[in-house]
Write a protein that binds this ligand. Structure first.
Ligand code: FDA
Length: 307
């Protein structure tokens, strides 16, 4: 393990470090490149700019852990407010939702009821809800909720993580159901019996998943695929598949502020691109955890201090 990682994780949870770093204007300048702000207005402004640059957006309000049903209801109301504002401002912008914020850890039925409320509002606005995939202990509950809702709603999609050993099996069923799928590598710390430890295996599995999603049955079932990665080799692989097989309904997704030249290039070359915009007052622990996941990013962030 990188020795800086525990330090960064400790800093993520430390009020003293939070006070020091959030009070420093340099931090704000660096963070602003990756988090457009703390408020919904700022996030909608970023979505507007992305739309103007030919890209779609998906908003991810950064939330604190939910510890009672009222907080889960409040989080649901906040997601609904985003959908209402996006509709009022006529933005090309979906939302990305975490089931734990809707109360999954408290009570799966509560989370399902909140999700239904959200999907109904999104349907009224003709919008789409992406259910982010969280750590592996939530995968089964997420898939089961999707199964119970797929007959009534067609405006939500799931995320599959290429680091998980189980994903290949999950995909076969998701393809039969025609579920829209975002493919990611996976962002959580998982034990080796659950997830591939070697990055090469994760990358290889990602390419295999894309190949699987380009097969005839997925195309027959109109599975919409979002290739969510900044990995140039995998993006090139996806581009080849899209071009050679004339795949419809595929899009690229990247995180706000990361890989901007690649984002622009894809738009210029005529592909659909959606940017995942995280925002909110809880940006500090989120930002520090992203750094901890990838301590190499410290250099990346520092380089961008001056451009
Ligand atoms: P990799 O990590 O191999 O990076 C490839 C290259 O991209 C790097 O060499 C670097 O150049 C650049 N890069 C990548 N990340 C960077 C960073 N943070 N800063 C600077 N440069 C970076 N995960 C999950 O478990 N559940 C989910 O629901 C989602 N949702 C999601 C949505 C979207 C739109 C994206 C882009 C990602 C996610 N993820 C996610 C996160 C995902 O699992 C993964 O952790 C990150 O995308 C990083 O992996 P890459 O595929 O970019 O490859």
């Amino acid at each position: 393990m990188n020795p800086i990682r525990p330090l960064l994780l400790a800093m993520a949870g430390s009020p003293t470090w939070k006070r020091l770093l959030t009070g420093w204007s340099v931090t704000h300048r660096v963070v602003a490149r990756f988090v457009p702000g703390e408020t919904l207005d700022e996030a909608l402004g970023a979505a507007r700019q992305l739309n103007d640059a030919g890209m779609m957006a998906t908003l991810n309000p950064l939330g604190e852990d939910v510890s009672d049903p009222e907080q889960a209801m409040a989080a649901t109301d906040a997601y609904i407010e985003i959908l209402d504002r996006v509709a009022a401002e006529q933005l090309d912008c979906s939302i990305s939702v975490k089931l734990t914020l809707l109360g999954l850890d408290l009570d799966a039925d509560l989370a399902a009821a909140n999700l239904e409320r959200l999907l109904s509002t999104a349907a009224q606005h003709g919008n789409f809800v992406r259910i982010d995939m969280e750590a592996s202990e939530h995968v089964e509950a997420t898939l089961s909720m999707s199964r119970s809702l797929e007959r009534r709603f067609d405006n939500f999609g799931l995320v599959v993580q290429s680091y998980l050993r189980r994903t290949t099996d999950d995909i076969d069923r998701l393809v039969q159901a025609g579920t829209p799928l975002r493919v990611v590598k996976g962002a959580y710390k998982e034990p080796e019996h659950v997830a591939f430890a070697d990055k090469r295996d994760v990358d290889h599995n990602y390419a295999r998943i894309l190949d699987r999603l380009a097969q005839d049955d997925a195309r027959r079932n109109d599975v919409r695929v979002a290739v969510a990665s900044h990995d140039a080799a995998l993006i090139a692989h996806a581009r080849n598949l899209i071009d050679e097989l004339q795949l419809d309904g595929w899009e690229f997704q990247m995180l706000y502020g990361i890989g901007r030249p690649l984002q622009r290039q894809l738009v210029e070359d005529g592909y659909s691109v959606r940017i995942y915009v995280s925002y909110g007052p809880s940006w500090y622990p989120w930002f520090m955890r992203r750094l901890a996941e990838r301590p190499a990013n410290i250099g990346f962030f520092l380089r961008h201090l001056f451009d």
